[in-house]
Design a binder for this molecule. Structure first.
Ligand SMILES: CC(C)(COP(=O)(O)OP(=O)(O)OC[C@H]1O[C@@H](n2cnc3c(N)ncnc32)[C@H](O)[C@@H]1OP(=O)(O)O)[C@@H](O)C(=O)NCCC(=O)NCCS
Length: 163
């Protein structure tokens, strides 16, 4: 559901003003350490779980929820608004628990990502996408490209494969 009620638009505009004029320069300059960006975005209205690592950017904190232990990779972007010509679509982005959003991925409005899912590096997740728990989505636009396997941990590609 895209949220285009007057009230939500007003809140979004007010938050956007404060955010862009006062806080965006700090975040853009990477002055806030990765492990403190979760609490920082919480103060701005996002619902952020525990131990969330935020390496990327959240453009509309009041329209974002992120579950425990999730990670937003470096330079990814969560935007809950999309300006398209003379209209603006607003939609909640809801990220489950233990989700990985890959480096440089873009997540557009009204996207829900289930627990343990992975958004691949560089993916563009289009408006209204519903990513199921444990699914891997990648590409532009992003589509389901796989499922998270069992028993995965740290792998050293190359070395482990040779053994
Ligand atoms: C998507 C991803 C999880 C797949 O990793 P993997 O399970 O090791 O799988 P492989 O590299 O063997 O690739 C499996 C398939 O996915 C495709 N794929 C891999 N990365 C992709 C990407 N970024 N976008 C689109 N497709 C991708 C491969 O082409 C391959 O397709 P094929 O089976 O048709 O040949 C991984 O490439 C990725 O993007 N991880 C994100 C890591 C990240 O940025 N973390 C946050 C910061 S540390």
């Amino acid at each position: 559901m895209l949220l285009n009620t007057d009230r939500q638009s007003l809140v979004w505009k007010l938050m956007g003003y404060v955010y862009v004029t006062h806080l965006w320069p700090l975040i853009n300059a990477n002055l806030v350490p990765v492990n403190l960006r979760g609490p920082a975005f919480s103060l701005l209205g996002a619902k952020i779980g525990k131990s969330v690592m935020v390496g990327g950017k959240i453009l509309d904190p009041s329209l974002v929820e992120i579950g425990d232990y999730s990670m937003l990779g470096e330079d990814c972007l969560l935007t809950s608004h999309a300006v398209e010509g003379d209209r603006v679509d607003l939609g909640m982005i809801v990220v489950g628990r233990n989700v990985t959003v890959g480096v440089k991925a873009v997540v557009l409005p009204d996207v829900h990502i289930g627990d343990n899912a992975i958004v691949a590096a560089g993916a563009v997740v289009k408006k209204g996408s519903r990513i199921g728990a444990g699914e891997i989505w990648g590409g532009v636009p992003a589509r389901r490209i796989g499922e998270v396997g069992r028993g995965e941990g740290v792998r050293e590609r190359g070395r482990d494969e040779e053994m």
